[in-house]
Design a protein around this ligand. Structure first.
Ligand code: WQD
Length: 343
């Protein structure tokens, strides 16, 4: 079968990158991955092959290495686009080692864009985040809401990278770009072969829940039940990672087939529904039949109270809509956890 085109996925062995690679391959694209395996495992490449029947070409190196990246672009001269996931993403860690975050997340962005211009690769999809909104004044939050001062160096790198992309496009460089502002991706591929694989103690809710349910952690701490939300816990817009992955296909195709040059856009990628921490726990218990050991503790520093997306623009412009329910998300996360630990 002829490929629809070759796409570079940076961070393709990570959580969202691996699910997006699967969708791209299943849609007929050829995928090449660059990943330094700093927060992911090489076996993910085998798993992608198991799911799709096609093994993506894998380059293990760091995007900070400009010369290696230059050689990569020279060798892969026919790329139709780049989807850029590779980044450090731990909010707390970014406060401890900000310079690592600034070098790692910002310089890699600059390297990629410079070489895309040099090698005339025009289409760029960037992994951004709802973190750019901070605590929005109005909910649901639209793309036109103001970007608030970042709460962490990590969050700041997302804001700066959006600007780097926008400024590059507006400078007249032959680049078109879309920033996808993800809400809270959870869940796993229905095969149970790929999923979220945090190193050490998870800081995010879903992996902490699944690891508690299978006995790796003793108890889940619910960070605060005294917020001004209906049940007192924080509210987020959780989105199934496969729905999120599919948004990247429509985004890159929008760029590939776009007539207008020098176009920069950003879209909210969520479901449009907010769920509280207690609702996520209830969904997990219902969908899996497992009782979860949890207790309420103090609020976590830096948490915003509530956020969920207005997805009208993404739905209309991209013709994309998240489909999976919270129960499907929590169940798939559990199936992945069980299958992975049983190996
Ligand atoms: C969700 C809710 C916690 C853990 C994440 C990323 C951030 C950004 C956006 C990309 C909150 C509560 C959590 C636990 C809990 N992603 N919680 N007990 O903070 O919304 O941000 O998505 O840019 O990088 O970190 O996600 O999963 O950490 O928390 O009660 O053990 O669960 O307080 O309300 P968050 P999260």
């Amino acid at each position: 079968m002829n490929s629809k085109g070759k796409i570079l996925v940076t961070g393709g062995t990570g959580f969202i990158g691996s699910h997006t690679t699967v969708e791209l391959i299943q849609q007929g694209y050829e995928v090449v991955i660059i990943d330094n395996l700093s927060n992911s495992e090489e076996f993910v490449i085998d798993r992608i092959e198991q799911i799709t029947g096609i093994r993506p070409k894998f380059y293990e190196f760091d995007l900070l290495d400009f010369n290696k990246l230059d050689s990569f672009f020279k060798e892969n001269s026919n790329l139709v686009g780049v989807i850029h996931f590779a980044a450090a993403k731990a909010v707390g860690e970014s406060v401890q080692i900000p310079l690592h975050y600034y070098r790692n997340n910002l310089v890699t962005m600059v390297n990629l864009l410079e070489l895309m211009i040099k090698y005339k690769v025009t289409n760029f999809v960037f992994s951004s985040s709802c973190t750019v909104y901070g605590q929005p004044d109005e909910l649901p939050v639209t793309e036109n809401a103001p970007v608030k001062p970042a709460e962490s160096p990590y969050g700041y790198t997302k804001q700066v990278n959006e600007n780097i992309l926008k400024d590059t496009i507006h400078s007249g460089a032959d680049i078109k770009g879309i920033a996808l502002r993800y809400f809270n991706p959870i869940g796993a591929h229905h095969s149970g072969l790929i999923g979220e694989l945090p190193r050490g103690v998870p800081s995010n809710l879903m992996p902490f829940i699944t690891q508690t349910a299978n006995g790796l952690r003793e108890q889940l701490s619910v960070f605060g039940d005294d917020y001004t939300t209906p049940d007192g816990s924080c509210i987020r817009d959780y989105i199934h990672v496969v729905d999120l992955a599919k948004a990247h296909i429509v985004a890159i195709e929008r760029l590939i087939y776009a007539k207008n040059k020098n176009n920069y856009e950003m879209f909210n990628i969520g479901t449009g529904n907010g769920f509280s921490v207690f609702e996520v726990i209830k969904s997990f218990e219902k969908s899996t039949g497992k009782k979860l050991n949890y207790k309420v503790v103090a609020r976590r520093a830096g948490d915003i109270e509530q956020i969920w997306a207005d997805t009208t623009i993404a739905n209309q412009e991209l013709g994309w809509k998240a489909e999976k329910t919270l129960d499907e998300m929590t169940l798939s996360a559990w199936q992945w956890e069980q299958k992975y630990r049983a190996k």
